[in-house]
Design a protein around this ligand. Structure first.
Ligand code: TRP
Ligand code: SF4
Length: 537
């Protein structure tokens, strides 16, 4: 049901604040200028300006909810995790000891590196906070979108999983799987595929007539991955990823809503309104004293006249002309019908029994229409809960829209972006510790031309890949240490030679330690419930 239903997020820009309409991230399409932000799951993602992600794509700033997160991870405290979508329900579940989940996926295209470690750490942290933790190997995606052979995939998958376990993932508590081996994910992907069509995938991902079908299938598979933790019961779920995955997150949020039996909204009269129209009617309702003979019973036609008049005033109304016109028209057609706030259950794709059961379950004054029920004594939040409960009782999924958190991309050690195709630019978790040491020693820095200049002006820690290594990894949980490096650098007390020597030693130690742990968790991995060798060839 993705047609002209005004309540469908897929067509009408609304639920997430109308952000889809303004600037859809066309991913494969368009060559982005140096300063553009592209969010491309399969391209080379660079983000030169994180502010644009907030402004253009509606990603929220993580700082704003940091205070509500119990024992935030150092990546959160240091702003490495800089953004989120709807993380609040996850934070609340954590605070209240209620169920929540964290899931992320890895395309096994090469060796796991220190960028993947960020995501491993995020999953593990949520697991330790009491969440159900999931890590999956996106082997179908790697095979279809990147053309990797099953042999290569097996080898890489094993390496990702070993590093994940070595960093502390508990495979007995958590869930590991490969896309290709998870029948439930495949089935869910098929169901979700019914709610998405080719034009939509084209608009989001820049797919065209040349895109192969399996690549598209890997998209619905990822949608199923993201919703998989909620298959047994709906729960807040966070997807920790880089911002290049945001198009996937948004589509998953849309699909989650489209699968729902009911959509709960506020309403003011018997007819349907889009979110934008509803905002206008809410304004008119609030201004009822100005036009209604009886402010207890403002009428649609009065609201229409008021809106028309408001539109002519200097400050105007927060809506475009088209919205204004359609709203006024609907109100005019409403004529003498009273405007009266209510909570509406819109029947999106409920079974008949579920709809009947809902009608019975609504308490207080209610009015039943062909495809919606209006409740006059129910708040929206209570109504949401009721709708979800009945949906689940009648065999629906009741999905909550999945949440996400986004981490910054690391700068490459050679400057520019960190890329797995440039070995010197990144550190693989499998690098020989001495090689790791050397890479850090030869990294570019934010230092000055001469030591004298550095003492005088201080270094540019904010532009220094070596400082990033401290903040993202080497300082671990020790905020004071990270801050000391920063302060000493910008204060001119720290010189790059020594600073790199210290970082290089820490990197060597980290790699030694990590690789030792990888060896130790071999058995744990063998015992884990995940296929290490694909039967596919
Ligand atoms: N597309 C992701 C990547 O390119 C991998 C992935 C598959 C994933 N399924 C997922 C990530 C679910 C997060 C959640 O790395
Ligand atoms: Fe970077 Fe350290 Fe040099 Fe500062 S002192 S610019 S942090 S290498």
């Amino acid at each position: 049901m993705t047609g002209d239903d005004p309540l469908d997020e897929g067509t009408a820009p609304q639920a997430d604040g109308g952000e889809r309409a303004a600037s859809e991230p066309h991913t494969d399409g368009g060559v982005a200028g140096a300063d553009d932000v592209t969010l491309d799951p399969w391209g080379s993602s660079t983000v030169s300006d994180y502010r644009k992600l907030f402004e253009e794509f509606g990603i929220e700033e993580f700082d704003e909810i940091l205070a509500d997160v119990p024992n935030p991870h150092y990546l959160m405290r240091r702003g490495v995790i800089f953004g989120h979508r709807d993380y609040r329900p996850v934070a609340e579940a954590m605070q209240e000891g209620e169920p929540f989940a964290a899931l992320s996926g890895f395309m096994p295209t090469g060796d796991p590196h220190i960028g993947h470690k960020l995501v491993f750490d995020e999953i593990i942290w949520h697991q330790r906070q009491g969440g159900d933790a999931y890590a999956l190997i996106a082997d179908l995606e790697a095979h279809s979108a990147r053309g990797l052979s099953w042999d290569e995939i097996d080898e890489h998958a094993r390496n990702y999983l070993l590093s994940l376990l070595a960093l502390g993932f508990d495979p007995e508590e958590g869930t590991l799987y490969r896309q290709s081996e998870n029948r439930e994910v495949q089935d869910l992907a098929f169901e979700l595929g019914i709610e998405a069509n080719f034009s939509e995938l084209g608009a989001i991902y820049g797919f065209d007539g040349e895109t192969d079908v399996s690549h598209m299938q890997s998209v619905v598979t990822q949608m199923a991955d993201i919703l998989y933790p909620q298959l047994e019961e709906p729960k807040p779920t966070v997807i920790p990823v880089g911002p290049d995955q945001d198009p996937h997150v948004r589509l998953a949020r849309d699909l989650a809503a489209r699968m729902r039996f009911f959509k709960v909204t506020k309403a003011y009269a018997s007819f349907e309104l889009t979110d934008d129209e509803r905002a206008l009617v809410a304004r008119a309702y609030d201004a009822r004293e100005e036009y209604a003979e009886d402010p207890e019973m403002p009428r649609c036609e009065g609201a229409a006249t008021w809106l028309e008049a408001e539109r002519a005033t200097a400050d105007g109304l927060p809506a475009d002309d088209v919205t204004l016109e359609s709203t006024v028209e609907k109100l005019e057609n409403g004529g003498k019908e009273p405007l009266r706030p209510r909570t509406r259950f819109f029947d999106r794709q409920a079974t008949d029994e579920a709809f009947e059961a809902l009608i019975d379950a609504v308490e207080g004054e209610k009015r039943v229409y062909e495809s919606h029920v209006d409740a006059f004594d129910l708040e929206v939040a209570e109504a949401e809960e009721l709708a979800r409960r009945l949906e689940v009782e009648h065999g629906g999924y009741g999905f909550l829209p999945p949440s996400s958190i986004y981490h910054r991309f690391m700068t490459g050690l050679t400057g520019g972006k960190m890329s797995s195709s440039i070995p010197a630019s990144h550190i693989s978790l499998l690098d020989d510790p001495e090689e790791g040491y050397d890479k850090v020693k030869s990294a570019t820095t934010g230092g000055r031309e001469t030591a004298a200049e550095q003492r005088e002006k201080g270094g540019r820690a904010d532009e220094c890949p070596v400082y990033e290594l401290y903040a993202y990894l080497l300082a671990g949980d020790d905020d004071e240490f990270a801050k000391r490096v920063y302060d000493e650098c910008v204060g001119g007390e720290r010189l790059c030679g020594d600073c790199k020597e210290q970082a290089a030693q820490l990197m060597r130690e980290f790699l030694e330690d990590h690789q030792e742990k990888r060896a130790e968790v071999e058995e744990l991995l063998e015992a884990a419930d995940v296929t290490l060798e694909s039967p596919r060839r």
